[in-house]
Design a protein around this ligand. Structure first.
Ligand code: ATP
Ligand SMILES: Nc1ccn([C@H]2C[C@H](O)[C@@H](COP(=O)(O)O)O2)c(=O)n1
Length: 233
């Protein structure tokens, strides 16, 4: 039986992880898991349930019990809590500005790690593999993934991309990009590549070239391992 093609991608905010991972998953016919969206969903759900984000135990208890539903079709990924879809809500400033407070809770991370492993297994069973992206996928969630990539980009490039995406001045994205990464990096190591992880610097390449760079790494791995199969590429 073929081994699932799990592609783990980590990196700081604004390096292009989500958009590139989604495109790679589409191209290869794999599932797609946005693990940052899971932390965002938890932050949204805590706020909606009036849970004090400074109460670490209540937040961790909520992480263990909330009904998180991740849609892993890269053509239409979705995030829901119970029957409510919250894709738009989790991208709003109200969530972005507080998400690190739940993501730096170590009990929350332990719960998310298990949920993410289960989702990667589920997504792989459905489509032969899964592209999972976040901050600790290459190191903690899926350290045995056949393909492990760290996407990096200069602070300047990341701020300028986010400013184009949100149509705001580059400087105003600093807190979302640089400050959030500083807080998040206290619990995960995503600024330098761990052993065996391939670094792709996207500072001076465009979106299409970033997708191609990831597909090239996948090709090199799959060409050298006959038990791994891809449906495309
Ligand atoms: N290589 C690239 N060159 C220019 N723009 C890019 C490149 N890759 C992605 N982008 C654009 O940069 C923006 C941010 O990308 P994306 O949201 O995928 O980053 P991210 O690393 O997932 O960030 P976060 O972790 O904060 O969600 C998007 O609008 C995307 O299209
Ligand atoms: N594996 C992960 C994924 C995400 N996070 C944190 C980092 C961010 O503060 C937040 C949202 O992520 P984003 O949607 O901006 O990529 O979740 C993490 O700690 N570990």
């Amino acid at each position: 039986m073929n081994k699932p093609l799990v592609i783990a991608i980590d990196g700081p905010s604004g390096t292009g992880k989500s958009s590139v991972s989604k495109a790679v998953a589409k191209h290869l016919g794999l599932s797609y898991l946005d693990t940052g969206a899971m932390y965002r969903a938890l932050a949204w759900s805590c706020v909606a349930s009036a849970i004090d984000l400074d109460d670490a135990e209540s937040v961790a208890q909520h992480a263990r019990t909330f009904d998180l539903r991740m849609g892993m079709d890269p053509a239409a990924p979705s995030v829901g809590v119970g029957d409510r879809l919250i894709d738009r809500e989790i991208r709003q400033d109200a969530v972005t500005s507080v998400v690190s407070r739940v993501a730096t809770n170590l009990d929350v991370r332990a719960n998310m790690k298990q949920r993410q492993r289960d989702l990667i297994a589920e997504g792989s069973a459905a489509r032969g593999g899964c592209v999972a992206e976040g901050r600790d996928i290459t190191t903690v969630v899926a350290p045995d993934a056949p393909v492990r990539i760290l996407m990096t980009a200069s602070e300047e490039a990341r701020m300028s991309r986010r400013s184009r995406q949100l149509r705001v001045a580059a400087e105003s994205t600093r807190s979302q990009i640089v400050d959030r990464d500083r807080t998040d990096s206290t619990v995960s190591q995503f600024t330098t590549a761990a052993d065996g992880v391939v670094t792709i610097d996207t500072s001076h390449i465009d979106f299409r070239q970033s997708v191609e760079a990831v597909l090239q790494v996948v090709k090199e791995v799959t060409d050298g391992d006959t038990e791994l199969s891809t449906t495309a590429g």
